[in-house]
Design a protein. Structure first.
Length: 344
């Protein structure tokens, strides 16, 4: 059995779901829901196709950032469907990718993990009052900052849990809780991994978070004094899409239900639809979230965009001073992770 993904399906998870739901049994005991895996698959595959198209251009027409990188990601066959490009994936290959790459590199984010990351992110916002700009160099409002900072810290927690599966204890950069620490000037340039099995790591590892649907990962290429404080040797990426109501998920509305009963009655009369309220309550019940450790890559193997702005693939945005790579090019074999943790 084959699965055919057309161009217009790439990056549109909902359209890909019908093609995926008959391949993997997404029941209540599954680690991922169909929607989560559909998003994850769409992001990985979209990046892979971007890279495939660039790789197959004539050398003179390739982007200046292009360099050949070996990948062992989702196997696919390029086919023509009428005048359109299509991409055929065998059911057996997709299942093999799911079982050998996705499941072994997935850890569960618990409510306690989320609570810790949320408290840390609020403390970070209060003490530092800032968060790095996004890929497009645009500032973020408070809600965006908290969501991004929570996701970033959950990525570090996920890597810590993942490393324990290989017998390594990682110490993370959570010392912002030290209320006596007055000088936070260089805090944001500290190493993500402070210790491994009680010893200082030999490598500076950049742990980056992104959403399931993301097809790539970037790391800033610092060009000022920050460079001396922020030299990284390799990237490790973790993927998770927080529910849109993740703050309410934590609150769980248990207390709110008691305190806003009068308001709820008013809403019942106003909307004349009790189901909307019940649906919200169901969505705010906590459920552990799967976070995918999508792989690692040495900085020297990442693509580079220098001081002159270039259009970055998949996003159609012009950026400068960035290292970046596609998620599908990251190495996440168990043997690679075993060597990685042993040699940090």
């Amino acid at each position: 059995m084959s699965i055919i993904i057309l161009n217009e399906d790439i990056g549109k998870p909902n359209q890909a779901e019908d093609k995926l739901k008959n391949v993997i049994d997404f029941n209540d005991k599954s680690l991922y829901t169909l929607e989560q895996f559909s998003q994850l698959f769409s992001g990985e595959f979209r990046g892979l196709i971007c890279y495939y198209k660039e790789k197959n251009k004539e050398a003179g027409n390739r982007s200046s950032w292009f360099k050949d990188v070996n990948y062992t990601s989702i196997p696919f066959e390029h086919i023509k469907i009428g005048r359109k490009d299509g991409y055929k994936i065998l059911k057996s290959d997709l299942l093999n990718w799911y079982n050998t790459s996705i499941l072994p590199n997935t850890v569960l984010i618990t409510e306690q993990d989320y609570l810790f990351a949320l408290k840390f992110s609020i403390a970070c916002y209060i003490k530092m009052g800032q968060s790095p700009h996004g890929l497009a160099e645009m500032d973020r409002d408070m809600n965006q900052r908290l969501s991004n900072d929570v996701l970033g810290k959950l990525a570090e927690i996920a890597v810590m849990k993942h490393a324990k599966q290989y017998g390594y204890d990682i110490g993370l950069a959570f010392d912002l809780w030290d209320l006596e620490k007055k000088d936070l000037t260089d805090y944001q340039y500290e190493k993500d991994i402070r210790t491994i099995n009680g010893k200082e790591p030999k490598l500076n590892v950049e742990i980056k978070s992104t959403k399931y649907r993301s097809s790539m990962q970037d790391v800033p290429m610092y060009t000022t004094r920050e460079m001396d404080n922020h030299i990284f040797n390799c990237l490790i990426q973790a993927k998770l899409t927080l529910p849109k109501t993740h703050l309410l998920n934590f609150l769980n509305l248990v207390t709110l239900r008691q305190n806003i009963s009068d308001s709820v009655k008013y809403l019942y009369n106003y909307k004349n639809d009790e189901n909307e309220y019940n649906k919200l309550l169901r969505e705010t019940e906590w459920k552990d979230l799967p976070m995918y450790i999508s792989g690692i890559m040495n900085k020297d193997d990442m693509f580079e965009i220098g001081a002159v702005k270039e259009t970055i693939p998949c996003l159609n945005q012009s950026v400068k001073n960035k290292y970046f790579t596609f998620s599908a090019l990251l190495d996440n074999s168990q043997e690679t992770f075993r060597k990685f943790y042993a040699n940090i």
